[in-house]
Design a protein around this ligand. Sequence first.
Ligand SMILES: [Cu+2]
Length: 211
Amino acid sequence: MPNTAHAYEHVEGIYLPIAVGVFVLVLGTLLVLLIAGARRRTPGRRSQALVLETAYACVLAAVVAFLLWVTFTAETPIDRTAAHPGVRIKVIAAQWSWRFIYADGVSVADVDTWHPTPAYVPTGSEVEFVGSSEDVIHGFWVPGLHYQRQFVPGYTTRLDLLFQAPGYYGGECSVLCGEDHSEMHFAIRAVSPQRFAVWLAHEAARQGVSS
Ligand SMILES: [Cu+2]
């Protein structure tokens, strides 16, 4: 499981200069042709244009093929889920709340809020989120990890995330899902596995569930 933020920054670092290059190439070619065409009295030869067009199409096809390869190479390992994740957390999205449910019954709920209660996760091992939606499509978005996945009603979405550094990771719904969509926030706090175990035991006792 790679670091999603690094993986997507790497992809962006390749896409952006190519996008700028293609934009400049298309605009430049258009300007040159417009100026040359306006000055020319006799029409250009069609056979010459065909060679140029074919070469241009081949270059663009090669760029697209390269970008597809870059994208799939980056996303395939991100989409893989570990057979034995460090922890597995059920995530239920609904208008307009997020509920995180741990294996022993501990749960963290954030309803219509700008100040969500963090759901704890351990650092250094895969955290599997098993997501579902109770009503409409919601977007599970963690900007700090550059990661977004949609939860579609009737489907279960499994995703692994790796939290390498301890810290607070804000999250929000990325799909316009109704009136209070803008208040559909959640939070994840990544801590050491030892601190995570202490938090889970404490929450189990506080919530009256068996740990
Ligand atoms: Cu939403």
